[in-house]
Design a protein around this ligand. Structure first.
Ligand code: HEM
Length: 424
């Protein structure tokens, strides 16, 4: 087993700006997080203008696994309101924009679509989709003489979009639209995807319109797609009465699932391809026992890549985190991406090792009420796609660096140049 080199940075601690999206695009970003975590594990960072908005008052940055886990679990002191990204855009997205006890009631509705039984039922289908997507891309590439192609758009993005669209009962002709809208929504600071808050709001409205249409179609009808489950559910209100989920509540659910189900998983898959390209020994491990290793590999990819870089909370009262006094109203940012490499929590965190078990990373959250609802589904998709790529494209070669998304909140890969080579 090779010993991983420790990432470094040429920046000094004083020059590091975690609030600047351009920091996230630097090649030494892992070294930056390591320096911050070891020398200033809790610190205050200033905000930068986000997508044309005035910068906010700044935020506390937590980079250690233990601090992140404590804040994540303490929902009474650290609220998901008014926003879970660093800027407050004023857009609500269902359960991620709620605190218990309301959160608990709404989460229970959608939970029914993500039980182990429901995910187990999807297993064969997801693996079959992965094989079809990979084989289609391979035959297109072979017909064209095996040119360089973009792994993200040709392969990686297709499985998550297909799966979430099928779960929601969306027709295939709308996949492209949803892909485009969710991209614009997540990246108001990235010029290629959207580049402004106005475009983000526009995408939000368009997704809402779309979701309302889906709901109208399903209300009153039985069906086991998520759309039917949610639109026909009822919920106990604060005054004790029970009533149906409203159109607005339904639309927010659907938006959250479209956003949550798409880009995170796509990014994990793209990062996974890069990681297996760099670590052929780990690829061999996956190939040798795909059934057993696929899920473990998915977790290690999510730890190592941390597709969701951070979640913000807002202090509901004065509190102490580590040795720092936080005031009511302060923004507190849990840097999952830094915490997943905390040497105090994990041995050799910079070693990419798909046999790690248990793998208690915080890539899907850290034990609090908002722990990723789609984690089992994401593991299934990532494992299936990476194992399929390894088996069916043994000569795949990453031919250039990934094009990263300009944003603080996710570790996004917009494009990844690859050559597929001769299929197996
Ligand atoms: C690699 C893929 C994924 C990653 C890294 C990821 C990560 C996360 C994280 C970090 C959170 C917030 C946890 C917290 O703050 O405690 C979250 C919440 C959530 N995720 Fe995922 N996610 C992924 C895939 C998915 C998929 C495939 C779906 C759905 C189809 C999904 C649906 C959700 C939902 C609905 C929430 C909000 C849960 C709540 O507020 O109770 N995610 N995810």
């Amino acid at each position: 087993m090779t010993v991983a080199t420790l990432p470094t940075t040429s920046l000094s601690l004083e020059d590091i700006e975690l609030g600047d999206p351009d920091t996230m695009l630097r090649d030494d970003i892992d070294g930056i997080f390591r320096l911050v975590r070891t020398r200033r594990p809790i610190g205050f960072d200033r905000e930068f203008p986000a997508a044309g908005m005035e910068p906010g008052p700044g935020f506390w940055s937590l980079t250690r696994h233990g601090d992140v886990a404590r804040v994540n679990a303490d929902w009474e002191t650290f609220s998901n309101l008014p926003a879970v990204g660093i800027p407050t855009y004023g857009i609500k997205t269902s359960i991620i924009s709620m605190d218990p006890p309301v959160h608990t009631k709404f989460r229970l509705i959608v939970n029914r679509g993500f039980t182990p039984r429901m995910i187990g039922r999807l297993k064969e289908q997801v693996w079959a989709h992965a094989r079809r997507i990979v084989d289609d891309a391979a035959s297109r590439a072979a017909d064209a003489g095996d040119p360089e192609l973009d792994f993200v758009t040709e392969i990686g993005a297709k499985l998550p979009t297909l799966v979430i669209a099928a779960l929601l009962g969306m027709p295939e002709e709308d996949h492209e639209l949803i892909y485009r809208l969710t991209n614009t929504f997540i990246a108001p600071s990235d010029p290629e995807y959207g580049g402004s808050v106005e475009q983000m709001r526009e995408a939000d409205r368009a997704m809402e319109e779309y979701a309302l249409g889906l709901g109208r179609d399903r209300r009153g009808r039985t069906g086991d797609d998520l759309t039917s489950i949610i639109v026909n559910a009822s919920v106990t209100r604060d005054d004790g009465t029970r009533s149906e989920v409203t159109d607005q509540e339904f639309a927010e659910f659907v938006k959250l699932l479209m956003i949550g189900g798409n880009e995170t998983t796509r990014n994990a898959i793209a990062h996974g391809v890069v990681l297996f390209d760099r670590h052929p020994d780990q690829r061999a491990l996956l190939l040798a026992e795909p059934d057993r290793m696929a899920t473990l590999a998915a977790d290690e990819v999510v730890r190592y890549a941390s597709p969701v870089s951070l979640m913000r909370r807002t202090a509901t009262c004065d509190a102490v985190v580590g040795d720092v006094a936080v005031r009511e109203g302060d923004k507190v940012v849990m840097w999952y991406r830094a915490a997943n490499f905390d040497e105090e929590w994990l041995d050799e965190p910079y070693r990419f090792d798909i046999s790690r078990h248990p793998n208690d990373h915080v890539g899907f959250g850290a034990g609090g009420p908002h722990f990723c609802l789609g984690a089992s589904l994401a593991r299934l998709e990532i494992g299936a796609m990476l194992a399929t790529v390894a088996a069916r494209l043994p000569h795949l070669e990453v031919t250039g660096p990934p094009a990263k998304l300009r944003t603080l909140s996710s570790h996004g890969v917009k494009h990844l140049p690859v050559r597929l080579g001769r299929p197996a």
